[in-house]
Design a protein around this ligand. Structure first.
Ligand SMILES: *Cc1c(COP(=O)(O)O)cnc(C)c1O
Length: 378
């Protein structure tokens, strides 16, 4: 039985292996492994693509978030508002700079922060909002920026899953004060290892981040602030230069795949399908359905379904099983079950189906056929 994986990075590599191989070899042969034109050229290309004036590469999406918070001087005594339905890095970096994450429930139809609920969470300590363009779906940035402006708050966009997504005409990462990107292999623009970047239109922010990511030094061996070592490696930058040229095409393929899933799965009323919100350009890092629970059962309907799919060789994923406010690491924040009911229900119902630009129509049909059989028995 051929299994259908959640993502297949080898297929993508094979489709462009000549270009990747020669880009990597060129760096290896050059002897210049840290920094250099290959990194600065990529930074410029990403800035142009996103439509921001500046881009600074770093070691990961997590570092990008950390550097963004540091550059805005956010720390002890400050609060930062974000969603509890995201990867841990979004909140973890708020904690790492000494600030306090404040969660706001999500919206069931978009999986993103409920923008209308943000204002109620703002206090005199609030310094910033981190919207996450989860699964590739852009947050309603028009509404969010209005609220941020009204309360004089910074906006750091977590674009880790949304490289290439747009709100209106604007690319995510160019709308808030800082955009944070991840090049983890499974992201829309993924490299062969770790990598990340920030984008901004503010020259001072870009400069501060450049200093903090290089051990707090603007001039070598002169250290002005406590920094870290966070580099986008030259080899990764070379790979990313190649892949960036394909990003629009791959995102379009993801959009076509999402549409095909939609057509195939629409007859199944037991599941809620994800949809692009009006005004948004969704780039489908994940295709995540909601499997409604039947009451009075020990295990969730979702978990049973996931197991049955696995028996048929279809590997689905659960992003995310435990909302951040209920994680052990955040017990100290004092949240309890019931605080964010939309998020908590979604955590029990979400199921991400195989999604990658090279998935074949036949594979998608098999996923849909299997789901249909299991849920409505035809
Ligand atoms: C992947 C991801 C990150 C972190 O990126 P890394 O490069 O893995 O550090 C942050 N936020 C979200 C929403 C992510 O999906």
């Amino acid at each position: 039985m051929n299994t259908i994986p959640p993502v297949d990075l080898v297929r993508q590599y094979k489709s462009i292996s000549d270009e990747i191989d020669s880009a990597v070899l060129e760096v290896v042969r050059s002897g210049r492994y840290i920094g250099g034109a290959v990194v600065s050229d990529f930074e410029k290309q990403l800035a142009d693509y996103v439509g921001s004036s500046y881009c600074v590469g770093c070691n990961s999406g997590t570092d990008a978030l950390y550097l963004a918070l540091r550059a805005l001087n956010i720390g002890a005594g400050d609060e930062v508002i974000t969603t509890p339905f995201t990867f841990i890095a979004t909140a973890e970096t708020i904690s790492l700079v000494g600030a306090k994450p404040v969660f706001v429930d999500m919206e069931r139809d978009t999986f993103n922060i409920d923008v209308e609920a943000i204002e109620a969470a703002i206090t005199p300590q609030t310094k910033a909002i981190i919207p996450v363009h989860l699964f590739g779906q852009p947050v309603n940035m028009t509404r969010l920026m209005k609220i941020a402006q009204k309360h004089n708050l910074y906006v750091i966009e977590d674009c880790a899953q949304g490289t290439g997504a747009k709100w209106g005409e604007d690319m995510v990462g160019s709308i808030g004060h800082i955009g944070c990107f991840s090049f983890f292999p499974t992201k829309n623009l993924g490299t062969c290892g770790d990598g990340g970047a920030i984008t901004t239109n503010d020259q001072a922010i870009a400069q501060t981040i450049t200093v903090i990511k290089e051990h707090g030094s603007a001039q070598r061996y002169y250290h002005d602030v406590v920094g870290i070592n966070s580099r986008l490696d030259s080899i990764q930058a070379a790979i990313l230069q190649v892949k960036l040229r394909y990003l629009e095409q791959w995102n379009q393929q993801r959009r076509d795949i999402a549409q095909r899933y939609h057509q195939l799965l629409i007859p199944i009323s037991e599941i809620q399908l994800p949809q692009e919100i009006e005004g948004g350009y969704h780039v489908w890092n994940q295709y995540t359905i909601l499997v409604k629970n039947k009451s009075n059962q020990e295990t969730t309907t979702r978990d049973q379904l996931r197991e049955k799919l696995q028996e048929q060789g279809i590997i689905s994923m659960i992003y995310y099983p435990i909302p951040l406010h209920l994680q052990k690491v955040y017990h100290n924040l004092g949240y309890k079950k019931g605080d964010f009911p939309v998020t908590e229900t979604a955590a029990e119902e979400v199921l991400s189906l195989p999604m990658f630009p090279d998935i074949s129509p036949e594979e998608q049909e098999k996923v849909a056929y299997t789901l249909t059989q299991m849920l409505i028995g035809i």
